[in-house]
Design a protein around this ligand. Structure first.
Ligand code: ADP
Length: 449
């Protein structure tokens, strides 16, 4: 196992990784910007290094500073968390060149899954079901119209360099498709400097269901259940649960086997998530994230598997530590992302938390780096923390979530807590009857106010 791990991140995820390291007796190094001098991850780490000014590009994304911090402290591995450098293949390569272990997949695996067209091609070759569409990029109007007619309208035009839902345009008919493609190209060019686009069938009311995977990098892999992340606003996940209220056991077994086999096929190393849209009983691959996800705790709560321990073990060459047949699912878990945002306008609300009281009790977990008197900087994402609740059944989980939301106090800044307090009373949420558009529709109606 490693003797010292540098955590190249901040906020709740830095703390999450730090906790796992402490449990395994691994010394920790925190890195931080000048805006995060008082941050909890800095206080709790064994050592800390200031790596630059507040702007992420100069600190948490500053590869030379982070490598220097490894050299100064003698860290033998880096955990990248999520976001920042976690899916940067170049970073993985640079660490390797300095004999520092990147806790994650190979640079090549990151690269393939980071390009949407490449990823879709690789997924198909590995036996994952994909959305019907163009084979790679569409070159011209003729091809665009031909492929669109083949897959059937409505179609979605997507940027191959896409991310965060940008550069995606729907076309409902041949009359719209050429204009939609040029709009997608222009948006992609502006956002990513690359105007390559591809086309696929637009699924009207799918759910977002993703599979947690873990590979040992030597050809063995397991699928650790699914998460349902259909409740989204502007393609950002708001509420996640495990397991999905929409699947039956036969569908689960089938998709777990397909995903585990795909990961075995590519000798995937580390933790990853394969994201699908699920529509009328069918799964369609949309992307793979080659890192730990924000919503990983719901999987941990129902399996008892510590995914960060697993990442550390695999990165140190210690194997998966679990066999597919030993993975058991107990009860139900839901995560709410509590952001420092206005609950109706979603405007970011940085500032000082004047009073903070997280809920507790059986089955309640709060992953947060916030504390009373903490000043949320305006430079990074607006997450205050994640409330994760477990129950023996979904009904018990919802009951416990309702009580936990009532108990949670965050004063001094706006938070999205009131949104969740409204959601939890909605009959569709109680029934688990929602698709990827449900939350946007809810927010557009008076019910949400
Ligand atoms: P990005 O990388 O930009 O986030 P994704 O491919 O992950 O793009 O898709 C983001 C979201 O867009 C999905 O969660 C889903 O809501 C929607 N989406 C993507 N592909 C389709 C499709 N073929 N049909 C319908 N909705 C889609």
């Amino acid at each position: 196992m490693f003797s010292k791990v540098l955590i190249a991140n901040r906020g709740e995820i830095a703390l999450r990784v730090l906790r796992a390291c402490k449990e395994l007796g691994i010394a920790t190094v925190a890195v931080h910007s000048t805006a995060d001098t008082d941050a909890m991850h800095v206080r709790l780490a064994d050592e800390s290094v200031c790596i630059g000014p507040p702007q992420a590009s100069e600190s948490y994304l500053n590869i030379p500073s982070i490598v220097a911090a490894c050299e100064i402290t003698g860290a033998d591995a880096v955990h990248p968390g999520y976001g920042f450098l976690s899916e940067n293949a170049r970073f993985a390569e640079i660490l390797a060149a300095h004999n520092i272990v990147f806790i994650g997949p190979t640079a090549e695996q990151i690269r393939v899954m980071g390009d949407k067209i490449e990823a879709k091609r690789a997924a198909e070759a590995l036996g994952l079901p994909v959305v019907p569409g163009s084979k790679g990029a569409v070159r011209d109007e003729l091809e665009l119209k031909r492929v669109a007619a083949e897959v059937g309208y409505p179609v979605l035009i997507k940027a191959s360099a896409g991310g965060g839902g940008r550069g995606m345009t729907v076309a409902h008919s041949e009359a719209e498709v050429v204009q939609a493609a040029s709009r997608a190209r222009a948006e992609a060019k502006a956002a990513f400097g690359n105007d390559e686009v591809y086309l696929e069938r637009y699924l009207k009311t799918p759910r977002h269901i993703e599979i947690q995977v873990l590979g040992d990098g030597k050809g063995d892999a397991v699928a650790i259940g699914e998460r349902d992340c259909s409740l989204q606003r502007r393609h950002q996940k708001v509420w996640e649960e495990a397991r999905s209220p929409a699947l039956n056991d036969e569908e689960r077994e089938r998709i777990y086997a397909v995903c585990a086999n795909a990961m075995k096929g590519m000798s995937y190393r580390g933790a990853g998530t394969i994201e699908f849209l699920y529509d009328e009983g069918e799964f369609f691959f949309i992307e793979m994230n080659t890192r730990l996800q924000v919503e990983h705790p719901v999987t941990e709560m129902i399996t008892g598997i510590d995914l960060v321990h697993a990442q550390l073990r695999v990165a140190a060459g210690g194997g998966l530590g679990v066999r597919q047949e030993d993975i058991r699912f107990q009860g139900h878990a839901i995560e709410c992302r509590i952001n420092a945002e206005h609950p109706e306008t979603f405007m970011p609300s940085p500032g000082t938390i004047t009073h903070y009281h997280p809920p507790g009790g059986l089955g309640v977990r709060v992953d947060s780096a916030a504390y009373q008197g903490y000043r949320i900087p305006s430079h990074y994402d607006s997450m205050i923390g994640k409330l994760i609740v477990h129950g023996n059944t979904r009904a018990e989980c919802l009951m416990r979530l309702r009580r936990s939301l009532d108990e949670f106090v965050v004063d001094g800044v706006h938070s999205t807590l009131p949104l969740f307090r409204r959601l939890i009373h909605h009959p569709d949420i109680a029934a688990g009857a929602y698709d990827i558009h449900w939350l946007e529709n809810f927010l557009a109606t008076k019910e949400a106010a």
